[in-house]
Design a protein around this ligand. Structure first.
Ligand code: FAD
Length: 529
């Protein structure tokens, strides 16, 4: 049996293998050369003490204990031929791709359709949004291979770890090119420069074992027969296709994993009489600080030790019995334009694996509940979605027709006055001073105002005119839920239809969407066997 040790390492010691060996030797009484292997089981950064330390739990294998690595999950995959079932997966985001991997493992043929482009080609459309303000409705920060997760911060922690096989999802990411550290770190992330490669490797696995992936396929209809879905219809929206050719895709089951921005899919479901429901969500702003300021507060040192990661924060408070909370914090990251259609401003955050930009941003959002939107009731199940869309349009209409975003310095936002100028920001399309206090719905603004003022008391240095508040962070989660039976995971009224991932209302992030994809695929397996 290996010896299990808890070690505290200074930042500069964290990646020094010979020092780790020496420390492990001291604690076990072995000589360093007697240690056959050290396996890191857990690693976290403890910044509470005066000097930040990394706390590691390790398994030390001496001369008599044998380390045997876990066999690769992909080693158990065999090619599929469709005889056990043929399943259409709409959406190549984390939910769709992990559903495809799980189906392959069960011997079922997955056929993935996505409206967007492969991860590499998609980059050109991201550049067009950033530089020219042109939003392609099929290829943007939310749509395309890997979904909203590809050009993101790639944070891989989730509050819904018990809702699926977290370790399996992480191991599959590692087997497709992510660093193995994500298996042990308390707050793992991958970064936008690495994620596209991982996503493309997952596609290669799907193709290698007999699955299919088709880009530029916008699903526009469902084939329904006597309360059962037997396929989908897609329109070819790829740039090579000049006509609007449509194609039918027959299926034994359909997994719908289209993400929280596929408004056309919600409209389609409603038009075809398939029940959907309005769902509470959250809306607010992005707030950006200089990273050095956050480092100074969290580590009590600025510049930070070069071996420490860019510092982050997580803040939450109550205003009028409603939570105001920071969300999707991106240390050393960028604010990005995440609109999915022309005529709207939507912001989100991303970072590279090194998290080395001079800015730290996070969403700061307020929960939106049905009682907040009584005036929107006339829109029925689309009440929340219409409200969300109206706020995004308002932000756009205040600008010059580009993806420039309205913004205020933090104290000006709280005081309700226009900023004379704005601090430097990571947001490439640019910011302009605008009365966000008048542009945001009053109940949202008031809660944000009070919440941000409280954050200033909770985190020294947070409330500063060096911080900028940007409108708007509106796509935190889906404003619509597609119901499903909690046991079979199938839509209660449509046999063979499996709502999945964030767009259906069952996930809120990369890992939870991936795990939901795995669970749903297991549901499909039980249905088809
Ligand atoms: C910029 C940014 C940064 C983020 N950072 C993080 C982070 O650091 N950590 C984290 O956990 N989460 C992050 N998120 C959220 C995370 O990406 C999502 O929660 C996750 O991707 C949801 O997965 P999904 O598979 O359910 O849906 P999505 O990833 O949204 O994928 C849906 C897919 O469906 C396709 N699609 C939509 N409609 C159709 C149609 N009609 N026909 C065919 N295909 C269609 C889309 O093209 C898309 O590829 C971020 C999101 C953004 C936008």
């Amino acid at each position: 049996m290996p010896a299990i040790l808890d070690l505290a390492l200074r930042p500069e010691e964290r990646h020094n293998d010979s020092l780790l060996r020496q420390k492990a030797a001291q604690q076990t009484g072995l000589r360093p050369d007697q240690i056959a292997h050290i396996e890191i089981l857990k690693s976290s950064l403890d910044a509470r003490s005066r000097e930040p330390v990394f706390r590691l739990r390790v398994a030390v294998y001496g001369p008599t204990s044998v380390f045997s690595p876990e066999p690769a999950l992909l080693g158990g995959f065999v090619p599929v031929d469709g005889r056990k079932g043929r399943v259409i997966i709409v959406g190549a985001g984390p939910a769709g791709y992990f559903a495809a991997l799980e189906l392959l493992e069960q011997g079922i043929l997955p056929i993935v359709l996505d409206r967007g482009k492969d991860a590499q080609t998609r980059r050109r459309d991201l550049r067009a949004i950033q530089q020219f303000g042109e939003v392609n409705p099929h290829s943007n920060y939310c749509f395309g291979e890997g979904g909203a997760g590809t050009y993101s911060d790639g944070k891989l922690y989730t509050r819904s770890a018990k809702r699926g096989d977290l370790r399996k999802a992480l191991r599959l990411l590692v087997e497709h090119g992510a660093k193995s550290d994500i298996l042990t770190e308390a707050h793992p992330h991958i970064g936008s420069n690495k994620l596209p490669g991982v996503v493309q490797n997952i596609r290669e696995t799907i193709l290698h074992y007999g699955g299919e992936v088709h880009f530029g396929q916008l699903v526009t209809d469902f084939i329904l027969n006597d309360g059962r879905i037997t396929g989908v219809v897609s329109q070819d929206v790829s740039p090579e296709n000049t006509g609007a050719s449509t194609r039918e895709w027959p299926a034994d089951a359909v997994i719908l994993a289209t993400g929280h921005s596929a408004r056309d899919i919600y409209r389609l479901l409603h038009a075809r009489g398939i029940r959907i429901e309005a769902k509470p969500f959250a809306l607010g702003v992005r707030v950006e600080h200089p990273q050095s300021l956050v480092d100074g507060v969290q580590y009590r040192q600025s510049p930070r030790n070069e071996h420490l990661p860019a510092a982050s924060y997580s803040l939450v408070c109550q205003v009028q019995e409603r939570g105001v909370f920071s969300f999707c914090m991106c240390p050393g990251g960028l604010i990005v334009p995440a609109a999915t259609a022309p005529g709207e401003i939507v912001t989100n955050g991303m970072s590279m694996s090194r998290r080395d930009s001079p800015f730290a941003n996070s969403g700061v959002v307020v929960a939106v509940e049905p009682e907040d939107l009584m005036n929107w009731k006339k829109h029925g199940v689309f009440a929340h979605l219409e409200f969300q869309a109206a706020v995004e349009r308002r932000m756009f209409e205040a600008g010059d027709g580009s993806q420039k975003a309205p913004a205020l310095r933090l104290p000006d936002f709280v005081s309700g006055r226009l900023s004379a100028d704005l601090p430097a920001s990571s947001y490439i399309p640019g910011l302009f001073p605008a009365p966000l206090h008048e542009m945001l719905p009053p109940f949202i603004y008031k809660r944000l105002r009070d919440g941000l003022a409280q954050f200033g008391k909770m985190m020294r240095g947070y409330y500063t005119s060096e911080a900028v508040v940007v409108g708007t962070e509106s796509r935190t989660s889906s404003p619509v839920r597609i119901p499903r039976n909690p046991d079979t995971l199938m839509h209660p009224e449509v046999v063979g239809l499996y709502p999945c991932g964030e767009g259906a209302g069952y996930a809120g992030g990369i890992l939870s969407a991936a795990m939901d994809g795995q669970r749903v695929a297991q549901g499909v397996y039980s249905f088809l066997k």
